[in-house]
Design a protein. Structure first.
Length: 277
């Protein structure tokens, strides 16, 4: 009986390790290739760990391509989209949750429908609208698209947190002289911080990593984000693999850092909410 149990556990761990290795292999290969010199990048059999690690691919990445422009565009795009969606979504979610009105259910259904429709199916209609407005190859076109794609999900996430907040506390604050806006910012938001943080994390990651819309809407370094700029390393007859991996590593780094920082504030928000409630 015990032997059978141990064999079952060993099999489970073996499958888990195999699956994890399969998932981590592309990430490992991207990281090690980013630090390989050309002499170790284009050889067979492949070099699984750089014998002479170098930062040259990162240096050439910024010297050969307008990579600073790509980074700047991504920062502007992501910051504006995340801030706008989080703030406007917070107000909408609070209003829907605590101030029911006629047609509110229809608004929620509409938000759900916009998330059911595959984003790829909206690409051509979006492009036609953007083209009509004269915003092709403009960061603003990407902001509009990402706001549309992330706003419904942000509202639904924050609404679920606001729904759990006791309405009696808001009414008590208003009776004591606090305005409705003051009750939102002084009473509700400290408790709703986890929901707002979750919404901001998802919006940030979606916008930073978005590729398809950026590829179609932009064509120059004036508006292209880093996810599209990395593909400059692909030439007509040659691919700068080590530089491309260096760019991919730089593109992934801010998202990883943001998640770790946001998780810290998310835990603080949960603790503060529990204490205040």
């Amino acid at each position: 009986m015990r032997k059978s149990f141990l064999e079952s556990r060993a099999l489970s761990y073996g499958i888990a390790i195999l699956f994890l290795s399969f998932m981590m292999l592309p990430i490992y290969w991207t990281v090690v290739t980013a630090f390989k010199p050309d002499t170790e990048t284009y050889v067979f059999p492949p070099v699984y760990f750089p014998k002479e690690p170098t930062l040259t691919p990162f240096k050439l990445l910024f010297e050969s391509y307008p990579f600073w422009d790509y980074i700047q565009n991504s920062i502007i795009l992501t910051t504006v989209t995340t801030a706008f969606v989080t703030f406007i979504g917070m107000l909408a979610a609070y209003g829907i949750s605590h101030y029911p009105y006629r047609g509110g259910h229809f608004v929620l259904i509409t938000l759900l429908v916009t998330r059911i429709i595959p984003p790829l199916s909206l690409l051509i209609p979006f492009y036609l609208v953007i083209s009509y407005l004269g915003l092709v190859d403009n960061v603003l076109s990407m902001i509009i698209a990402n706001v549309y794609l992330t706003y419904p999900f942000a509202v639904l996430i924050m609404k679920s947190f606001f729904d759990s907040f006791p309405k009696e506390l808001i009414d008590s604050a208003i009776v004591d002289g606090c305005s409705r806006t003051g009750a939102l910012f002084k009473i509700v938001l400290p408790v709703g911080a986890p929901g707002i943080a979750s919404s901001a994390i998802i919006t940030f990651l979606w916008t930073w990593n978005e590729f398809i819309y950026a590829m179609v809407f932009t064509s120059t370094s004036q508006a292209q984000p880093i996810t599209v700029g990395v593909f400059d390393c692909i030439g007509d007859i040659f691919v700068n693999w080590n530089q491309m991996c260096a760019g991919a590593l730089l593109a992934a780094l801010p998202g990883i850092i943001f998640v770790f920082v946001a998780q810290k504030y998310l835990i603080q928000g949960l603790t503060a909410g529990a204490l205040k409630t």
